[in-house]
Design a protein around this ligand. Structure first.
Ligand code: HEC
Length: 217
């Protein structure tokens, strides 16, 4: 092969290479094509390997996505009422659960609701945040299900606690809130204490009134 021919073959090759790499449609020379074009099927692409042509398989029927909530009551007034009428605490009462509820209350609730649930936590005390109603006042007879429902979805200014606190821990909190609502009723409901007679309660209130009047004098 003479020199001239060698030279022109080289020039042709070089310019071919040059123009190929300048073509925008082409990735240029692929040194190891397997690196670019994996043999594995790309997720959410088409494939001939499955019957419906989708590379991502459908979940098995009745499977529940991770983090999905099976809570049956919607975040509506009706849902709130239904939860109030139907929901029972699924965790059998133990003193340990109540203790854990108290610990969680100290972490998640006390700064708004206050130590004894009077609505006098540091947030409303030190800011314009409106104080939540007292557990022993307007919320004294709030039923189990409504307490849980509020932890699930939040209510007006109070946010939902479903993503921060597990379902079981929210039920432990319900126990603790109930112990603040009315300790005597709580003892009757969960610790097997004898219910107090109505007349005794009236007597107690009366004595308290007298005591208060005496203090005022
Ligand atoms: C940022 C302040 C804030 C925090 C934190 C907070 N709450 Fe509340 N909570 C409120 C306010 C305000 C209301 C009154 C909502 C309304 O009825 O408008 C309320 C209402 C409630 C009610 C009554 C709901 C009803 O059905 O009327 C319960 C029970 C309750 N909170 C429990 C808790 C518990 C338990 C925690 C801790 C996990 C908690 N809250 C954390 C502010 C807070």
């Amino acid at each position: 092969m003479n020199k001239k021919l060698k030279h022109s073959i080289f020039t042709l090759g070089a310019s071919l290479l040059f123009f190929t790499s300048c073509n925008e449609q082409s990735p240029g020379i692929e040194y190891m094509p397997d690196m670019y074009r994996s043999r594995a099927v790309e997720a959410y692409s088409e494939t001939i390997l499955t019957a419906d042509g989708k590379s991502a398989l459908d979940p098995v029927s009745n499977s529940i996505p991770r983090g999905h909530n099976l809570y049956p009551y919607p975040n509506t007034n009706e849902g709130y009422e239904m939860a109030g009428n139907n929901l029972k605490n699924p965790i059998p009462f133990t003193e340990e659960d109540l203790k854990e509820g108290k610990r969680l209350y100290g972490n998640f609730c006390v700064h708004c609701h206050g130590k004894t649930g009077q609505g006098d936590g540091s947030v409303p005390t030190n800011s314009d945040y409106p104080p939540p109603p007292s557990y022993t006042g307007p919320l004294k007879d709030l039923p189990t299900g409504k307490i849980f429902h509020t932890l699930m979805y939040g209510k007006n200014l109070m946010g939902s606690h479903a993503s921060q606190i597990s379902k079981e821990d929210r039920w432990r909190l319900v126990y603790y809130v109930q112990s603040l609502q009315d300790p005597e009723r709580f003892d009757t409901m969960y610790r097997g204490a004898e219910p107090k007679l109505e007349s005794e309660n009236i007597e107690n209130t009366a004595t308290e009134d007298v005591a208060m009047n005496q203090n005022q004098n």
